[in-house]
Design a protein around this ligand. Structure first.
Ligand SMILES: NC(=O)C1=CN([C@@H]2O[C@H](COP(=O)(O)OP(=O)(O)OC[C@H]3O[C@@H](n4cnc5c(N)ncnc54)[C@H](OP(=O)(O)O)[C@@H]3O)[C@@H](O)[C@H]2O)C=CC1
Ligand SMILES: O=C(O)C1=N[C@H](C(=O)O)C[C@H](O)C1
Length: 272
């Protein structure tokens, strides 16, 4: 482990995203994997982190303790579950200097509040999607939502994911909805349509609709459709491989090290 490298710990390291991130950290020349946290009933408890990532023996075990996992860390990348994220954020804040990068989605209001509070003490970057391509999509979407008036253009956000995904709609779909609503000067809660019953009547003007598809191994697909009576504008993104999320998480970790306390996003990482 190089002294000058950024030291990274990962929560949820045995999951799909966590393992992809840890694998890329091991491969990166400027980062070192120094810890990995799993649940107390994880089959990977005590497993060697390098072996878990098919990268050879490293001599570092997956542990349950946050303190142990982050002992040597500059940045904790969180790829676990909402209840874990909201539990570790205040504990990390009370430990002081480490930064938190979290990609976990599906947090309820109380869990989200725990992140806001932690961000008053340490730097926290929250991203429903680590892809820099999706960060760009958000900007294009804001531009489109501002230019294409609600009187003429209906917004529908459609997403597809693998069958093991826990939350719906995806965190990215909700973020895109929030971006579009903000650009139109409205609150998403007042215009969002999530589940349409079979006989729902007319679509209210200005509504932002969400549809979620779950099946197979779809990594992550998002499309925002702006539909008028005469034309359609569509902005979409497809992730082919979790590698893209891992790469974005690494960029976020590089960016956040040494930043002041506060809540940051991938927009900050993407820059101007
Ligand atoms: N921002 C982004 O770009 C992306 C975000 N995501 C989000 O990341 C999250 C994880 O997704 P995914 O990897 O597919 O889900 P997984 O279910 O594969 O991974 C979550 C892992 O968390 C682990 N876990 C459970 N309890 C704890 C605990 N107390 N401490 C540490 N780890 C724990 C579990 O493993 P074990 O019990 O073995 O510890 C589990 O494998 C989701 O919210 C998803 O939406 C996913 C992809 C991209
Ligand atoms: O759970 C996933 O897999 C993904 N979750 C994120 C989300 O909820 O938006 C990002 C990505 O699309 C994959």
């Amino acid at each position: 482990m190089s002294e000058s490298s950024i030291h990274i710990a990962v929560t949820g390291i045995s999951g799909r995203l966590g393992r992809a991130i840890a694998t890329e950290v091991i491969r990166a020349n400027d980062l070192s994997l120094v810890g990995g946290m799993v649940s107390s009933d994880s089959p990977n408890l005590g497993a060697d982190l390098g072996e878990m990532c098919a990268a050879g023996f490293m001599g570092i075990e997956a542990v349950v303790s946050l303190e142990q996992a982050t002992d040597q860390a500059d940045v904790l990348i969180d790829a676990s579950l909402p209840k874990v994220t909201s539990a570790i954020a205040p504990r990390l804040a009370s430990m002081g200097h480490r930064a938190l990068v979290t990609g976990v989605t599906g947090l309820d209001d109380e869990q989200q509040a725990a992140l806001y509070q932690a961000a008053e003490v340490i730097p926290v970057l929250q991203a429903s999607n680590f892809s820099l391509g999706v960060a760009l999509v958000e900007r294009l979407l804001a531009q489109a939502a501002k230019a294409l008036a609600a009187e003429h253009f209906d917004i529908e956000i459609i997403e597809a994911h693998h069958k093991r995904k826990a939350d719906a709609p995806s965190g990215t779909a909700l973020s895109l909805g929030e971006t579009a609503a903000r650009a139109r000067g409205v609150d998403l809660d007042s215009v969002a349509q999530f589940n349409r019953p079979r006989h729902d009547g007319h679509r209210p003007m200005g509504a932002i609709g969400f549809s979620a598809i779950r099946g197979g191994g779809v990594v992550g697909e998002h499309e925002a459709r702006f539909l008028s009576a005469f034309e359609e504008v569509s902005i979409s993104h497809k992730a082919y491989d979790r590698f893209i999320f891992a790469q974005g998480a690494l960029e976020a970790a590089r960016w956040i090290k040494g930043k002041a306390p506060g809540l940051y996003s991938m927009q900050d990482v993407l820059g101007d």
